[in-house]
Design a protein around this ligand. Sequence first.
Ligand code: PMV
Length: 321
Amino acid sequence: MRSLSASAPSKLILLGEHAVVYGHPALAVALRHPQAQATVSEAGRDAAVCVELKDFSLRWNSGHGAPTAVTRSFARILEMSGRRFKAVPERGWTLSVSSDIPLGCGLGSGAAVSCAAFQAIFGYFNVPCTPQVLSDMVYEVEKLHHGTPSGIDNTVISMGRPVLFRKGEAMRFLSVPKAPFFLVIGYTGKAHKTSEIVAEVAKAKAADPAKYDAIFKEIGELSSRGAEAFQKGLFRELGKLMCRNQELLEELGVSSLELENLVRAAMEAGAFGAKLSGAGRGGCMAALVESADSAARVRSALESSGAAMSIVTEILHHENA
Ligand code: PMV
């Protein structure tokens, strides 16, 4: 039986979440782990396309019944693939999807699953697709869940490169420093709903625009300075910027006790910098460290401070993406 598999990375915002929604830059990277996987395989020629969601032990048959909240993204992926690319038939194949990325934790699980699914479909049917087209298609699926996402998840995940992202502007890809560094991720175990937190921040901003505009502006400046520090391998400097960003995220009201405990634990264990990453109120935090030994120490500190999951990871860099 013929089949083709693809994977997509997770993403991590090093600096700039929330401010990015208001047009300020954010610094984000694609992570080698965790990742999402998708496989397209041959099925009976007349069989309706079947989507298998392995993590939910769920099968959805595209010919039967309306999609549910869980399968809605896949209905859109199938519809978009078929509409845009005539080579993708309406019958005779199965799409299986799984992901190691916890849902709603700031690592871009939805965009990664969509990206892996599109890549497996295009690979299987030999449809050429540029990273930019892929990114635009993933964005369309993201809109189903997040309303008006900034576009950072689909961009970083589809391009697989570190970027300084600014809504509506040409992408600025960043070179990866030669000096080694590691990221340690701590998950609070609490999933968050990005669209709700973004809406609450918008409400608070409407009530006090001067305060929020000043915070967003400073966060944007941290991202720009962070991009320079990142490229030069100035990790001590980058770490300081992350810590300042965490303070500003606390002022925005998107942090939580759990996140702050993990951030503190990482700093006490020797991280250069640590902050929540993504929408906040739960989800993940990330710490920047210089060596594998230091990463192990930070990881163990996160585990003893209540992290539901922790991972030491590296960034992904597709030179030719
Ligand atoms: O969905 P998350 O947790 O990865 O957060 C995305 C970052 C935000 O800036 C809060 C929202 C956005 O669309 O950029």
